[in-house]
Write a protein that binds this ligand. Structure first.
Ligand code: F0G
Length: 425
């Protein structure tokens, strides 16, 4: 076991406060001022009073014994609705990677491959909940800004729920597989002259004017679905390894997933099913060209500087203004985790390493493994740690990046002799 002393999880046994609004045991609460709101009474994404981020709260967050069934909805007692618009999301594999484990040099390494969800990324877990909430609220046009995966998931789940979908994408910066998905699933696709952060500014304005229902990770209901990654990792790791992971390493863009995992663990602590000292250290990884969260963690500040210029081959995390930072930074700090930036070259190397273990991921996903390697080399991760790396999206999302990282096809003549001759070269 690694040193758990630096593990000041502040939420030991924190009881849920009684909300000042009428609820069914579920309410929305501002993380800044504590104001509470009934969950489905009106459309809101942030606090009416102070514009702080909202979070879904439960009077009685459940522990492991409440979970039964399969997929994301196995965790329905920890979700704001009983059922969603589902395409059988969740239950993703937790792969063993013995060669990578030995090479990086940790006690245990497992890869939680979220690319195995229905549309090929973890976004499906959020959308199954978010789209169902949209239906509950009676809205008909769903929208998001996206680096690609959110748009694919929104398009698929929105169509499944019979709703209109609109996606705003940074022109020229979204991988081909993701645009193809959004397109075939029937989203209206707007290519914006600007980066992802500009797209999100615009879609927030559209939502504020009532033109669309926003399903970016600012939407607190979406993060509830993504929370289930944390429950699944703990349950599967424990079943297969007999212990929980010491650390979870994940790529960071808007920091929604980091916030969601932290919330999963806080709720398990609150339910008395997880000791604060056993909460995995949340460890975020960004690309060097888009690393505002890493900068904030290194500087020990909560004031995250917006990066106007961002660039990385890992286009999924080409984000300069991580809107969920106020939720995610406490998660990283209070679990004793950290954040690290990696180069595009290190990301591609990790993508190749995962591929040699038979695991195909898109570049942003490989950042988790590249980050773990960097932290291991610096001695920040110990050789006695049990680690789960989250790979967030499937290889086929970004065929160009995969082809560039892999080997080139060789032209050969159309006869056996010619093929044999080529093989002997
Ligand atoms: N990995 C992949 C493959 C992603 O698509 C994203 C985010 C992240 C990691 C980062 O997750 O934002 O929760 O920190 N993609 C969003 C999108 C922005 O539009 O698809 P985060």
């Amino acid at each position: 076991m690694s040193d758990q002393a630096a593990h000041p999880l502040a939420l030991e046994g924190t009881p849920s406060p009684t909300p000042s609004v009428a609820t069914d045991g579920t309410w929305l609460e501002c993380i800044e001022c504590g104001e509470t709101f009934a969950p489905f009474s009106a459309i809101r994404y942030t606090c009416d009073d102070c514009t702080g981020l909202l979070e879904v709260r439960y009077a009685d967050p459940p522990g492991f014994d409440a979970f039964s069934g399969t997929g994301v909805w196995r965790y329905r007692d920890a979700l704001p609705l009983e059922r969603g618009v589902s395409a059988q999301e969740g239950d993703t594999p937790l792969y063993r990677v013995p060669r990578l484990e030995a090479e990086i040099g940790v006690e245990a390494l497992r890869i939680k491959h979220e690319g195995m969800n229905p549309t090929g990324s973890f976004k499906d877990r959020g959308m199954t909940v978010g789209v169902a909430v949209a239906r509950e609220l009676g809205v008909d046009r769903l929208a998001c800004a996206s680096t690609g995966n959110t748009s694919a998931a929104l398009a698929a789940y929105g169509s499944r729920g019979g709703m209109e979908t609109l996606v705003l994408l940074p022109a020229g910066k979204v991988a081909a597989g993701k645009i193809a998905q959004a397109s075939l699933h029937g989203a209206r696709i707007l290519e914006v002259d600007g980066n992802f952060d500009t797209c999100l500014d615009i879609v927030q304005d559209l939502a504020a004017r009532g033109a669309v229902y926003l399903l970016n990770s600012l939407n607190p209901f979406r993060l509830e679905g993504q929370k289930t990654i944390g429950f699944e990792i703990l349950e599967t790791f424990d079943r297969e390894y007999g212990a929980w992971p010491d650390r979870i390493v994940l790529p960071v863009g808007n920091a929604g997933n980091t916030s969601a995992l932290y919330k999963a663990f806080r709720e398990l602590v609150e339910a008395g099913h997880l000791e604060p000292a056993d909460v995995p250290k949340l460890t975020g990884v960004q690309a060097e060209g888009a690393a505002p969260m890493v900068e904030a963690v290194e500087n020990g500040t909560n004031a995250v500087r917006r990066w106007d210029e961002v660039e990385t081959r890992a286009t999924a995390i080409r984000i300069g203004n991580p809107v969920n930072a106020p939720k995610a930074l406490p998660g990283i700090r209070e679990t004793g985790g950290t954040a690290v930036a990696v180069s595009d070259e290190a990301i591609t190397d990790a993508q190749r390493d995962l591929a040699t273990e038979g695991i195909g991921v898109e570049p942003a996903s490989a950042a988790s493994v590249a980050g773990l390697r960097a932290l291991r080399e610096r001695g920040i991760v110990g050789d006695d740690e049990r680690v789960a790396c989250l790979t967030t999206g499937h290889l086929l999302k970004d065929p160009e990046a995969a082809a560039a990282a892999g080997s080139d096809p060789e032209p050969v003549p159309g006869d056996t002799e010619g093929v044999l001759a080529a093989l002997e070269e």
